[in-house]
Ligand binder design. Sequence first.
Ligand SMILES: [Zn+2]
Length: 331
Amino acid sequence: MFETDFGSGIAKELFLTLKDKKILFVTQENLLQKYREIIPAEFAVLCVDNMEEAYLAGLNAETPAVDEVVGFGGGMSVDAAKYFAWQRALPCTLVPTAISVDACYSYPIALRRNAVVCYEGEVIPKTICVDYDIIRSAPIRLNLSGVGDVLSCYTALFDWRLMSAAGKGPAVVDRLYNTAENILGELFGNTADIAGMTDKGIRMIMDAYAWVGIEGYNNRYCHFEEGSEHYLAYTVESVCGKHLLHGQLVSMCVYIMSKFQQEGRQNDVRRFVDAIGLSIKPADVGLSGDEVSAALKRANAFAVENALAYSVLNEKQITQAFIDEVLGELQ
Ligand SMILES: [Zn+2]
């Protein structure tokens, strides 16, 4: 379903093959500067700087007719390219420049309406082009944070079992559960490849994203990948109003919620993030201890008020003692 090409130097080759078509090339200003020499002058380049629907609709109205759309960059460029392709019913090719997000493999488009995220439309790209050299040239923190939306399976699977046992959602499907566990095993067993961003490490994360994207599309739920760790991350964002690096925030939340699910579960998370060199200290995620504490106090109510899927947050209350202890461990 998601055609992905992997290789070194393949983005430049791809762009050369597209040169004779009318291409809308969606990216961001800093990436345009950095990769200018591989982007053909024939492309109609459009730099985006936010995902507000009204802003994108305005750009779409001003931009000339094209044959295809190419999205080049992180989550914003990719989602904006998906938006233009969706609006115009055109084929789109996505070239991620970092593995910070799974936007390439997510069929809906993450738009903002007055700063609130909403998922609209449906776009399956013609091709996803993963150029190892381009990915490796991204800041390491961006790439490492890419593990967050795979690591989230660790807490999500636990929550899914709770949901299934309580009869509060779809029952656990062994095939999905076991595949997600195997993906986690691969992740935990290959930390050197992730830390070094080798071809194998990059491919492992992209393949995991693809699997999550395909199964999410086919099943219309993502309980094998999204659970209380994401709900805590959403609570953090709503409490502090900051835009944080998603995967790094989620990784911190996996640590916190795995400990909340069962004392000791967090130790594997600690070993993993330490081994790859991803910091999950609140300060490095962009948060103060008070902000994390406030989010933890809010998390149970946030899950109920927003009718989030059943998880450990519906089964027990986060206590002050837990907050003090986990904040101590994260420092
Ligand atoms: Zn996520």
